[in-house]
Design a protein around this ligand. Structure first.
Ligand code: N01
Length: 548
């Protein structure tokens, strides 16, 4: 953990030119990385950000109902005691506008904006081995040169818009939830079709249904969801969270998912069916991702998982009044939590509204988009004014591969990752010296409460660069054998869980046609990963080659 007393304004602000470090992205990761390199190490550092403001995910995802599924007191930076004390969250789960305000507050508080170039989408980054420099180009043609290149591009920032024939000819309006218009969308009196029932679709459906004339949800894979039970935070809780910040951080650092609650140390199969039911009922009433923490083996043992899955299916059948709709919603084909489990506010209840229809597009796939709606294979056309694509992202690798990144000898990242991402610790790729990938594939990232994963990566990278400077080292590169060993370990960690059983999960890249099926995040747990990274550093950056 770095010293939390940040000395603002000590670093150098520079324009385009040669930098010590260039950071791509001004979300949670990029902001903190800038602060660490500029103000703690005194480097010349700059952020290039495609958007016109800070926030990353929370800048782009402005869709109706957008809200975080980590509890607000844990969805925050913990590096600065002062920051923890001067920011107060208002709700149990923060909504997108509040998180965006928080990140703007951080940018202002630490005077970060002067070193961020907005509207600067990076298109290419090429490594020059002779000079040991990265040459970076933006869409508008600006060029930058830096010794270190750090991607802070997020895991879910490359929108997946399915290639459905006819979209070009659609005469209504269409939107992807991850590229939502800043001025919002007025659904009043409109016939809306929404494709996708992941975390996003599940959050958006109730809000859209409340104002649309009609909402038709096109579901390909039925999904579990647990009520968020969102509510304003009490004054007592707000005080408690501030007074107990150190303890909350300790718990977050000790759990596999970086959340501020521990996983119960009992098996779902070691309690009686009545006791199990009572535990699930209590967790359902409490709401949120803590449902997953009721038993230690829900993600390890299929029989244990079945007990949770059946409880949740029964809840769907209980809530949804029309039996045919309930059957489609409860026809879930994967174990609970093997796809990222959504939490919701009135999602299943939405199907009891007269103005909401569910279409099962696994039974009757979408044939095409017509000028006036969506046509399914059974010949039925759904007339629509607006189509909402809640179809997710080209996750984890997408944000990196859409840039032309080339390492030693012109090797492109796209070629290096042709058969799927290969990294050491999710932090570096062999053949790409001085390139660090914050929450890259092969790190816990999306399986963890993101700010916890981000702080660990940013601090590790900062320590690493500080170590290099202290020892007169100019270059660091992951060794191919270390990458091989790590990829093997990432696979073992995934295969020790039920996670790979959801064959259509974006964790596996399965949501994007043609993408290699590789389980991308590290499933061995954040606490264990933190220890592995610390040991690597303590052994003099074992598995990396450092040179002068
Ligand atoms: O995306 P998803 P998301 N035809 O990929 C369907 C985070 N997040 O934006 O499952 C028809 O999960 C697809 O169907 P299938 C969180 O990590 C967090 O919802 O591939 N359907 C699926 O139903 C989350 O996991 C929060 O068969 C198509 C849906 O679209 C991640 O972001 C909130 C289709 C996509 O679901 C991504 O969530 C929101 C097609 N051609 C997001 N293509 C919170 O913090 C795709 N689908 C609460």
């Amino acid at each position: 953990m770095l010293d939390s007393t940040t000395q603002v304004a000590q670093g150098r602000s520079v324009g385009a030119g040669e930098l010590d470090a260039l950071i791509i992205g001004a979300g949670f990761s990029g902001l903190y990385q800038l602060l660490c390199l500029r103000d703690r190490l005194g480097l010349s550092a700059q952020v290039l950000e495609a958007g016109e403001g800070v926030g990353g995910t929370w800048y782009w995802n402005r869709y109706p109902g957008a809200r975080c599924d980590s509890e607000s007191h844990s969805y925050a930076y913990y590096f600065s005691e002062e920051l923890l004390q001067d920011w107060t969250w208002s709700e149990r789960y923060p909504a997108q506008p509040e998180i965006l305000r928080y990140l703007n507050h951080v940018a202002d508080r630490f005077d970060l904006r002067r070193d961020i170039r907005f509207g600067a989408r990076v298109t290419a980054a090429h490594y020059d081995a002779a000079a040991n420099r990265w040459h970076v180009r933006t869409e508008s043609g600006d060029r930058y040169t830096a010794k270190f290149l750090i991607t802070a591009v997020g895991c879910l920032s490359s929108a997946n818009i399915p290639d459905i024939p006819g979209l070009d000819g659609f005469t209504g309006r269409w939107y992807h939830t991850g590229q939502w218009p800043h001025e919002g969308v007025d659904f009043t009196g409109k016939r809306v079709g929404m494709i996708g029932t992941g975390s996003t679709g599940i959050q958006a459906a109730p809000v859209i249904a409340a104002s649309a004339a009609h909402l038709t949800v096109f579901q390909r894979t039925a999904n579990y969801s647990i009520p968020a039970r969102n509510a304003p935070l009490t004054e007592e809780f707000k005080r408690w969270a501030k007074e107990n910040a150190a303890e909350i951080r300790r718990v977050m650092h000790s759990t596999p998912n970086g959340h501020p609650f521990a996983i119960a140390d009992r098996s779902a199969l070691d309690v009686s069916p009545e006791a199990r039911q009572a535990i699930y009922e209590a967790a359902w009433e409490k709401g949120g991702l803590q449902f997953r923490a009721t038993f230690r083996d829900l993600l390890l043992d299929k029989t244990a998982n079945d007990t949770a899955a059946e409880f949740l299916r029964a809840k769907i059948r209980e809530i949804v009044k029309d039996p045919a709709t309930a059957a489609k919603l409860a026809d879930i084909d994967h174990p609970f939590a093997t796809k990222r489990p959504p939490i919701d506010t009135g999602y299943f209840e939405t199907y009891n509204r007269d103005n909401v229809t569910l279409v099962d597009v696994r039974a009757t796939p979408i044939e095409c988009i017509t000028p006036t709606g969506i046509l399914t294979r059974d010949g039925k056309e759904y007339p629509l004014d607006i189509i909402v694509f809640a179809t997710g992202f080209d996750a984890m690798t997408g944000p990196l591969l859409r840039m032309d990144i080339r390492g030693r000898d012109g090797l492109s990242l796209r070629e290096a990752w042709q058969a799927g991402p290969r990294s050491y610790l999710g932090l570096q790729v062999a053949g790409f010296p001085n390139l660090f990938t914050i929450t890259g594939p092969g790190s816990p990232s999306v399986l963890c409460n993101m700010p916890v994963a981000i702080e660990q990566h940013v601090e590790w990278i900062t320590h690493c660069i500080a170590h290099m400077r202290a020892h007169g080292m100019e270059r660091i590169e992951a060794q191919p054998e270390a990458v091989d060993r790590w990829v093997e370990h990432v696979n073992e960690a995934a295969n020790a869980t039920l996670l790979p059983q959801a064959k259509h999960s974006w964790y596996l890249g399965a949501n994007v046609p043609g993408k290699p099926r590789v389980f991308m995040p590290y499933a061995g747990g954040m606490a264990r990963y933190r220890e592995i990274c610390a040991n690597v550093a303590a052994r003099g950056y074992d598995g990396f080659t450092l040179s002068g």
